[in-house]
Ligand binder design. Structure first.
Ligand SMILES: NC(=O)c1ccc[n+]([C@@H]2O[C@H](COP(=O)([O-])OP(=O)(O)OC[C@H]3O[C@@H](n4cnc5c(N)ncnc54)[C@H](OP(=O)(O)O)[C@@H]3O)[C@@H](O)[C@H]2O)c1
Length: 204
């Protein structure tokens, strides 16, 4: 696949590296793509840096990992190029969202034609690095309303060495985000169903 990484910072650059290692072609971006030369040099031939709109247009699927405070700006910079694309939202809101919805639902409101799915947001890149590809595989929580987004995110999660577990529709994303019970919760796949059942029982 062509993967676009919007926000090639601590998390985004790590995921970009693993996507390239997994055989995907990757475009990385930020507000300053000209500063991503070192990252591109380090990650090799399958990774290029592009402006935000070009990255979104290039991608079959987008990993969305800017800081929360500039997520709206990042969407605006795509100039509509997210429409129809699977966009994997790895952000965590750091401030209250308008009307108290989850971060994922807020992004869905800002770019309603994108096929949004929540994943890769619950754990630090350091934990992902430690657990990646090791048995028992680390569960990666997936929330979305859309089947194509769920399938694409699940494939990418597997490609990168983790185990997808479907958590629920977009309105369950708050469970995984800042302050939610699945945030900073390191769960192996064989335990994930029980953990999820407990969380859904307590919160939904
Ligand atoms: N770090 C982790 O381990 C981790 C784990 C799980 C989830 N997350 C979530 O992932 C998101 C990013 O975290 P991070 O720690 O990776 O942050 P970070 O290191 O600060 O990286 C953010 C990246 O986004 C870029 N960016 C900022 N505004 C942008 C915009 N408007 N358009 C395009 N790119 C933009 C920044 O580059 P420029 O400033 O050059 O634009 C930078 O490359 C946060 O929401 C965080 O909660 C992080």
């Amino acid at each position: 696949m062509h993967i676009g990484v919007i926000g090639a910072g601590q998390l985004g650059a790590t995921l970009a590296e693993w996507c390239a290692e997994s055989g995907h072609d990757v475009a990385v971006t930020s507000r300053h793509p000209e500063r991503l030369g070192n990252l591109v040099d380090r990650l090799g031939d399958h990774v290029t840096a592009m402006p935000v709109a070009e990255t979104a247009a290039y991608a079959d699927a987008v990993l969305f990992a800017p800081s929360w405070s500039s997520a709206r700006q990042a969407i605006d910079l795509t100039a509509g190029a997210l429409d129809g694309k699977v966009v994997i939202d790895a952000t965590n809101p750091t401030e209250a969202t308008p009307d108290g919805r989850s971060g994922l639902e807020t992004l869905m409101g800002w770019a309603p034609e994108a096929h949004w799915v929540k994943a890769f947001n619950t754990l630090p890149a350091s934990v992902l690095s430690r657990r990646r590809g090791h048995d028992p595989l680390l569960a990666e929580f997936v929330c979305t309303d859309l089947v194509d987004a769920r399938l694409t995110a699940s494939k990418l999660i597997r490609d990168l060495g983790f185990a997808p577990i479907f958590t629920g529709r977009a309105d369950t994303a708050y469970l995984t985000e800042t302050g939610g019970p699945l945030q900073m919760t390191e769960v192996s796949i064989q335990d994930a169903t029980d953990v999820l059942a407990n969380v859904l029982g307590d919160y939904v």
